[in-house]
Design a protein around this ligand. Structure first.
Ligand code: SF4
Length: 354
């Protein structure tokens, strides 16, 4: 506890209770500190004005300061638009957090790892491999940054930034509980989405957690051959295993799964692909989010023309599958997963950015 290596956001409500006890403080101090952190979104201990100065100084000496958990390095986008933050962690690693304003509710897309081991073909994050996983506090610090920017807690949280949530399962679940806890950020579980590239053991484990969070699965292709070409994870857990885990998940939780399907011209956008997708998802409680491919340097594919996009969606709708076509948000700030970090790392390696 008394180590500056600890981030304040790594501490759970129970930790804060033990913390104040250990220091001989009245129990209510734990609630006061958490109120400043999670409801007032302060940027420093100095702003916790109802704490004695001696306590604020002691907190500052004992815990990594609030800004030090994830320091803002770059900020792109403007108010009312998609805003992308590049945050630097205490060891110099960088992560991205994206704020997406939509229909009066702010959504924050957060990272759970620095880099990623899964190497999906159209994703910049996987290109440098996994550097390390984030602690719960490093995940929560991203939300705190955005809350400060907004002046209020964000409405929705999606684990769709850098990293695979089920490859950092314990930290992600600890962060989810703190996001959801009324003494934490107090964000409803149904407003928190965990997105996986298809890590089957994670889906099976989440089914037993008793949480009401949303689960999103990146599907992107209706056959193993196509999916192997896009997502190496499919070689480990092919579609049969993935869909079996999804069916068991919906049976155990009674919750709907969202499948993300990126449409790529002449690759997975044909009527035969729509027919295979329908077959794959038949009888499963789910919805499908269709997303036209965002142009990225790492992948040569193109988005289909508008007529194909709508034709694909309508083919699913006609058969009763709940399908929506999502227009790409955030392209103006280079918000395809991982790009900002990769560019920054590239500049750093060339010696220009740090
Ligand atoms: S899409 Fe997600 S799982 Fe795939 S490489 Fe990118 S960050 Fe990793």
């Amino acid at each position: 506890m008394d180590s500056p290596a600890n981030s304040v956001y790594d501490l759970t409500p129970d930790d804060w209770n033990s913390f104040v006890k250990e220091w001989g403080l009245p129990a209510f101090r734990a609630g006061q500190i958490q109120h400043w952190l999670y409801q007032q979104h302060v940027a420093s201990f100095d702003e916790m004005t109802n704490l004695p100065l001696s306590l604020r100084e002691r907190l500052g000496r004992s815990l990594r300061d609030l800004g030090g958990t994830a320091r803002l390095r770059e900020h792109s986008g403007s108010e009312g638009q998609t805003v992308k933050l590049l945050l630097e962690l205490h060891d110099g690693e960088c992560i991205e957090t994206v704020l997406i304003p939509a229909r009066g509710r702010n959504t924050v897309c957060i990272s759970c790892q620095a880099g990623c081991a899964f190497d999906c073909a159209f994703c910049a994050s996987g290109k440098r491999g996994l550097v390390r996983s984030l602690s719960p506090g490093e995940i929560l610090a991203q939300v705190a940054h955005v809350a400060r920017l907004l002046g209020e807690r964000p409405g929705n949280i999606v684990f769709m930034g850098i990293g695979e949530p089920f490859a950092n399962y314990d930290a992600v679940l600890a962060a989810v509980r703190q996001l959801n806890d009324p003494a934490g950020f107090g964000i409803g579980a149904r407003h928190i989405t965990i997105s996986t590239c298809g890590v089957v053991p994670g889906i099976r484990r989440l089914a037993g957690e008793g949480l009401q969070v949303e689960l999103s699965v990146s599907l992107h292709a209706p056959t193993n051959g196509q999916r192997n070409a896009l997502m190496p994870v499919n070689k480990r857990w092919p579609l049969e295993d993935l869909l079996a885990a999804c069916r068991d998940y919906t049976a155990a939780t009674n919750r709907i799964i969202t499948f993300e399907y990126t449409l790529i011209r002449d690759f997975n956008d044909r009527p035969s692909d729509a027919a295979r997708l329908l077959e794959l998802l038949r009888g499963l409680k789910c919805r499908v989010n269709l997303i036209p491919l965002s142009p990225v340097d790492e992948f040569a594919g193109e988005p289909p023309p508008a007529r194909t996009l709508y034709g694909f969606r309508d083919a699913l709708l006609r058969e009763g599958l709940n399908a929506t076509l999502r227009t790409s948000r955030g392209l103006n700030v280079n918000a395809a997963c991982g790009q900002l970090r990769l560019q920054s790392a590239g500049r750093t390696e060339n010696g220009a950015a740090r």
